[in-house]
Design a protein around this ligand. Sequence first.
Ligand SMILES: [Mg+2]
Length: 114
Amino acid sequence: MDHETCNNELHVAVQRFITERNWDRYHTPKNLAMSIAIEAAELMEHFQWVTNEQSIEIIQDDVARVQVADELADILIYCLSFLNKIDVDINTAILRKLRRDEDRYPIGRMPTED
Ligand SMILES: [Mg+2]
């Protein structure tokens, strides 16, 4: 299975989950944007008050890694729902943004050099 097929399957799986529960009416752009931020905050909770080094240690733990993966999945599920809503394919969106970022951040230039 190539990445495009896999990603399309994820778009379809997310849409099926939402449609089967009649949750489409709740998945408005505002609610989806807020939900992405809320799930991102849940991800950040795992690393609140720890150093960069401690965050690397935390992620070595099997239980913590699954919990973090669950939060990443929550974020991506809402992202896919949002992309479905505005009829944009994730491959297209990421590749377009990467091309723009390549121009903005030439190799060797750090993001802090703006
Ligand atoms: Mg969550």
